[in-house]
Each structure stands twice: as C-alpha cells, then as structure tokens.
Design a protein around this ligand. Structure first.
Ligand SMILES: CC(C)(COP(=O)(O)OP(=O)(O)OC[C@H]1O[C@@H](n2cnc3c(N)ncnc32)[C@H](O)[C@@H]1OP(=O)(O)O)[C@@H](O)C(=O)NCCC(=O)NCCS
Length: 155
C-alpha cells in the first residue's frame, strides 16, 4: 500500500483546509459526473455547511504533496464497522497510489475489524483499487437518480 510517489504526507485534515477539500472534491468528482451523465451526484451537491457538519462527526484524512492538498477521505465507525467515504484524489495526481494510501491510513485510524464502502458500478478502476486493498463486492444497488452502485466489504 506504499504510494509510489515521494514526499507524500498523510495526516488529519485541518479545519482551515475544508474549503480546499470541498473544491478538490468537486473537481475530482467531475470525472464521475461525466461517466454517469449526472451532474447532481451527492459529492457534487455537498455544501460548505454540509462538510463542516460532517467534519465535526467524522475523521477526515488529507494527502499533501509539498504542502499542496492532493487527496482527501473521510470515515467513521458505526456498529463496529469502519465506513470509508468520499475518497478523492486530484485528477492530475492519480495513478500513483495516493488513493490506496489514503484508504489504508483511514483503516489504521478507524482500527475496526471490518470495513465497508461503495462506489459507482461503472467505475472499474475504483473497484480494482478497492479489490487490491482486500475489499470484495457484496451487493449492487441503483440510487433514486438511477446511478448504479456496488457495495464492498473487507474482509
Ligand atoms: C478513485 C480515486 C480516488 C483513485 O485515486 P488514485 O490516487 O488514482 O488511486 P491509486 O493510484 O491508488 O489507484 C488508481 C487506479 O487507477 C489507475 N490509474 C492510473 N492512472 C490513472 C489516472 N490518470 N486516472 C485514474 N486512474 C488511474 C491506477 O493504476 C489504479 O488502478 P489499476 O492499477 O488497477 O489500474 C480517484 O480516481 C478519484 O478521485 N476519482 C474520482 C472520485 C471517485 O470516484 N472517488 C471514489 C468514490 S467511492
């Protein structure tokens, strides 16, 4: 799970970085909006007050490269299960293992015996990434907006 990019630092996202984190999320999910032909994905609709509220109840981790915010993930524990949400990596920095390193760091932080997450069913690279990290597809679902999702769990 070591990222193959030097100088990457993963740690807690600071509250002052929330505007940057939300902007990064909006930029990152554009590729998904195109893939699903849907500009109203929940990650694109999230407001600053939504993310501020999330920040008070969930763990947010950030990846920085030379002090530039390049990735974010959030998560929490519910009923003993670690829930991983909204993984994003800057489009210009993908494919270097930053996403995988963020998920791994969040798992260590949540420190539970099992984890769950979901992604779009058409996002083949995302599914491969999660499978490489030990997740297995458990079920599929279609949202009210018609977006096909896959739920994955580990172990
Ligand atoms: C999903 C996401 C966070 C992955 O981040 P990442 O840092 O590229 O992750 P990794 O480098 O650890 O792995 C990415 C996979 O895509 C491949 N990849 C290579 N170049 C890539 C590029 N330019 N863009 C996207 N993926 C690329 C990687 O090789 C790897 O898969 P593979 O080795 O099986 O082919 C990122 O693509 C993203 O922000 N996507 C949009 C938001 C999203 O879909 N989030 C997930 C919601 S659950």
């Amino acid at each position: 799970v070591e990222p193959h990019i030097s100088g990457l630092e993963i740690g807690a996202l600071e509250v002052a970085e929330l505007p940057d984190a939300l902007a990064l999320q909006k930029m990152a999910f554009m590729t998904e909006a195109v893939l699903y032909d849907n500009p109203f994905l929940a990650a694109l609709e999230e407001t600053f007050s939504d993310i501020r509220c999330e920040f008070s109840s969930k763990t947010f981790l950030a990846a920085h490269l030379e002090s530039r915010l390049v990735g974010v993930v959030r998560g929490h524990v519910r009923n003993g299960v670690g829930i991983i949400e909204r993984l994003v990596v800057h489009p210009g920095y993908r494919g270097h293992g930053i996403g995988g390193a963020l998920v791994h760091a969040l798992e260590q932080h949540l420190n539970t015996s099992s984890y769950t997450l979901f992604t779009g069913a058409k996002s083949a690279a995302n599914i491969r990434l999660y499978e490489r990290l030990g997740y297995r597809v458990t079920r599929t679902q279609t949202t009210d907006a018609g977006t096909p999702l896959v739920h994955l769990e580990k172990p």
